[in-house]
Design a protein around this ligand. Structure first.
Ligand code: DQA
Length: 143
């Protein structure tokens, strides 16, 4: 079984973008972290990143069509706060989706306080830095 770890806009810049907020680890480091957390449960990881909303929608549909997919870990970046399309895609699939944010969005600007994804997420991990991705994978494993 393979966990899909999806990353939205600007997360390709992880490690260099606002390190005081997001830390200095890169998305490749996140992939390694996810792989070791998933391996504890006998799972593989397919980590992807896109700056395009529709591509994230397509990938959620793909997870929904994949037999035995244990879940999706989704850091949708700024689309969290804007995207009805991602809300609908999560709602449309039977696979559990865990919403992850590296930063504690609730300590930040008010426009980051609302998530279109939270009402349809299986769970939410916020504010634990990149460790949140591993926590999300462990959360999926306990379901
Ligand atoms: C983020 C928080 C979002 O508000 C922001 O737009 C991001 C990253 C996080 O991981 O903390 O791109 O999802």
């Amino acid at each position: 079984p393979t966990v899909l770890v999806l990353n939205g806009p600007n997360l390709n810049l992880l490690g260099t973008r606002k390190p005081e907020v997001y830390g200095s680890t890169t998305l490749d480091d996140v992939a390694a972290l996810c792989r070791s957390a998933a391996a504890e449960h006998g799972w593989a990881v397919d980590l992807r990143q896109s700056n395009h909303e529709g591509e994230l929608v397509d990938w959620l549909h793909e997870a929904g069509r994949t037999d035995g997919c244990p879940g999706v870990v989704l850091n949708a970046g700024a689309y969290t706060h804007t995207s009805v399309a991602l809300h609908d895609a999560i709602e449309a699939i039977d696979v559990p989706v865990v919403e992850v944010h590296i930063s504690n969005v609730h300590r930040r600007e008010p426009f980051r306080h609302h998530s279109y994804l939270s009402p349809v997420a299986a769970g939410i991990v916020v504010g634990f830095g990149v460790a949140g991705y591993a926590l999300a994978i462990r959360g999926l494993a306990t379901r």
